[in-house]
Design a protein around this ligand. Structure first.
Ligand SMILES: [Zn+2]
Length: 275
């Protein structure tokens, strides 16, 4: 998240007139044809939004998330763009707010009723939370931690393909943290399950919020210890050790996987250059 962004959660109708508008129809963001954020006047013909909240401020300016159902007809001059394209096209500081805006709008729509007793919930003042007036259950926006692991063996990197990747693209291993697991336990389990290897020397690299649908990806470097690669059926289509000078197709630059791999490549090349 950009430094001058402050997260908060309150009703959208309190937003100032100069609010930045992050508008969605289903999973897609509504933008002007020139890919800039729309103004309220642009959205007038869509009718009342199903979800409308201030989700933070950027440099003191309100950021407002509005959502309409999937397939809502847009007037001339507006387009709906998929999130991956949005994140690729937008400046980094706006992209991080886009991620939050979409996740908060989705959470708002999915938490209208209590998960325990079905009573309509209300927004808790001053907190990103919904509460049930009947049983008191509180619901907070869900964030699902996932771990990404780039394994090194000397100068080579373990890169693998999941069947749902674009053709030719390889990446680091990754998987969701299970309930009750530490991130470290998850990493060792995922590596053993997906490629049958033992690793050690986990080094935390960086993290990235990822709106598909509400992940927080925590990326690590690790070193190979033992085992031969055995790709997990249905999960890993292909996996292998790649020299940094002969890498396969890699993930898009917006992803943390891309930065994690680039970081390892830089370190290995610098070590080689130093002799
Ligand atoms: Zn309840």
């Amino acid at each position: 998240m950009t430094e001058d962004f402050l997260p908060l959660f309150s009703a959208g109708h309190h937003a100032s007139d100069d609010a930045l508008l992050f508008a969605y129809t289903g999973d897609e963001q509504i933008l002007r044809a020139d890919l800039t954020l729309p103004a309220l006047a642009d959205l007038a013909s869509l009718g009342p939004a199903g979800s409308d909240n201030i989700i933070g401020t950027l440099g003191g300016r309100d950021c407002r998330a509005l959502a309409w159902p999937r397939g809502t007809a847009l007037p001339d001059g507006l387009i709906a763009q998929g999130m991956r394209d949005v994140l690729t096209a937008q400046a980094a500081h706006i992209a991080s707010i886009t991620v939050r805006a979409r996740q908060m709008a989705t959470w708002d729509l999915h938490s209208r009723h209590c998960g325990a007793c079905g009573t309509a919930t209300f927004v808790v003042a001053g907190e990103p939370a919904k509460e049930c007036p009947n049983c008191g259950l509180r619901e907070y926006p869900r964030i699902a931690p996932a771990a990404m692991i780039l394994i090194r063996r000397g100068d080579r990197l373990l890169l693998a393909r999941s069947p749902h990747f674009k053709p030719g693209v390889y990446s680091a291993l990754a998987g969701f943290v299970e309930a009750g697991e530490s991130v470290e336990t998850c990493i060792h389990r995922e590596v053993l399950e997906e490629v049958g290897l033992k690793i050690d020397n986990l080094r935390y690299f960086s993290s990235q919020s990822w709106p598909f649908p509400h992940s927080l990806m925590l990326a690590f470097h690790a070193d190979y210890v033992s085992g031969d690669i055995v790709p997990q059926a249905d999960e890993i289509e292909d996996a292998g050790w790649y020299d940094v000078d002969a890498l396969p197709g890699l993930p898009a630059p917006i992803s943390i996987a891309s930065r994690l791999i680039a970081n390892a490549v830089d370190e290995i090349r610098a070590r080689r250059a130093a002799g």
